[in-house]
Design a protein around this ligand. Structure first.
Ligand SMILES: *Cc1c(COP(=O)(O)O)cnc(C)c1O
Length: 415
């Protein structure tokens, strides 16, 4: 019997990737989730839906995004040829619009006039507010008040786009709490409202649906690589992993090509202790969080642990269930980069290629800096440049100031 294809055989009908995933929600949410699944299945088969999405991704968002051979960086590192998939050049500055637009179109098909979303750094909120403005949908975005303070510019950006931003003051006042609040809104307003979830998380069908909307990244990259190098596949593909949407979007096109190494990079934060990072593969354990069974950073009593990272977009205690499945199948490797390495990679890409990557993306670049010198010059490393770094300039400035002062003090006082 032929082995099932990893790219298309999962999840199963109940939404499981092996033992991971599923649908762990309150009874009141079963109705809307089943409705969503039916609507999505129908939309997938609809030529009109696919054509409209394709057209908007092209004319409105700027797809296909370029595949760019980073010659100077490749030369400097003295190893593999590095190719960057430029999702940072999409409208709103990151891959997130691929999914937000797909789900917004689906909302209209379901005849619902209102969307809600959660957001951490604000990127998914901005993408959702943008898609809602484009399609004339009412939009409410839930955001932890802690995050609202850290990301004031994105809050105002969402308001400019016509969205209402609702601050969430419970728990750690961050992303996890915003998701809880969005789920609560959804239960109350299912008749009129669709919840546009921002990554490959949550109950089935979200992990599969969000993955599908991002698969365009890897499909394009494959074709572009062929045009530019004559090869269909890189030797290695690398992406940063928060919930896991940009990574699976790139990796999916190569899942069935066992020769391609796939590497996901998590946030190593400031240290290895629980609470200091967001590396689920280094300290996570099996649990259920926000509708899905997956790896979760939690203490021994099952209390979800706080997380930390210089990049808000990687700062979440759980990871998409499909990633855990693919890791156990030996298909994706995971590593992490800590804050210092990510910021260093941010500077390196800025200097050598004139590109400011998002701090999330900088984690993937940090892994490239390690790996590429150890590979041959004919080998190809494909990196998902998931977003642009304009939003992070202030964070990097603060980091540099802090660490510049530290370095100066160390010099004055070598004891
Ligand atoms: C949100 C975000 C991420 C992390 O989310 P994934 O679902 O893991 O892709 C990574 N990069 C950028 C630029 C983001 O905005």
């Amino acid at each position: 019997m032929a082995k099932p294809r990893l790219s298309t055989s999962y999840p199963d009908e109940r939404g499981y990737f092996g033992p991971y995933g599923g649908r762990f929600v309150a009874e009141t949410l079963m109705g809307p989730i089943e409705e969503l699944e039916r609507a999505y299945r129908k939309a997938q088969k609809s030529r009109q839906f696919r054509r409209e999405l394709e057209q908007l991704l092209k004319d409105y968002c700027g797809r296909p995004t370029p595949l760019y051979h980073a010659r100077r960086l490749s030369e400097e590192l003295g190893g593999a040829q590095i190719y960057l998939k430029r999702e940072d050049l999409l409208h709103t500055g990151a891959h997130k619009i691929n999914n937000a637009l797909g789900q917004a179109l689906l909302t209209r098909r379901m005849g619902k006039p209102r969307v809600i979303a959660e957001t951490g750094a604000g990127q998914h909120g901005v993408a959702t507010a943008t898609a809602a403005a484009l399609l004339g949908l009412e939009c409410v975005v839930y955001m932890g008040t802690e995050d609202m303070e850290r990301q004031r510019l994105n809050v105002y950006r969402m308001r400019l786009l016509g969205a209402e931003v609702v601050g969430v003051d419970s728990g750690s006042r961050t992303l996890k709490d915003a998701i809880n609040e969005a789920l609560r809104d959804w239960v109350t307003n299912v008749e009129t409202t669709h919840y546009i979830l921002g990554s490959v998380l949550g109950p089935h069908p979200f992990p599969a649906m969000v993955r599908d909307f991002h698969s365009v990244i890897g499909e394009e990259a494959r074709r572009q690589l062929r045009e530019q190098t004559g090869r269909w596949e890189p030797d290695v593909a690398i992406a940063c992993v928060g919930g896991g949407s940009n990574s699976i979007g790139l990796f999916r096109a190569f899942l069935d090509s066992r020769k391609v190494r796939l590497i996901g990079v998590e946030a190593g934060g400031s240290g290895g202790g629980l609470g200091e990072h967001a590396a689920r593969f280094e300290g996570g354990s099996l649990g259920v969080l926000q509708g899905t069974r997956t790896l979760v950073l939690q203490d021994q009593a099952g209390q979800v642990a706080p997380t930390a990272s210089v990049s808000a977009g990687l700062d979440y205690p759980a990871i998409g269930p499909e990633h855990v499945f693919l890791y156990e199948r030996g298909r994706i490797e995971f590593t992490s980069a800590d804050d210092a390495r990510a910021v260093e990679a941010f500077h390196r890409l800025a200097h050598t290629e004139g590109i400011l990557p998002a701090l999330e993306t900088a984690h993937a670049i940090a892994e490239v800096l390690e790996l590429a010198p150890r590979l041959g010059r004919k080998q190809i490393v494909l990196v998902n440049l998931s977003g642009r770094g304009d939003k992070d300039v202030e964070s990097v400035m603060a980091w540099d100031r802090r660490h510049g002062e530290q370095a100066a003090e160390d010099q004055e006082d070598p004891s």
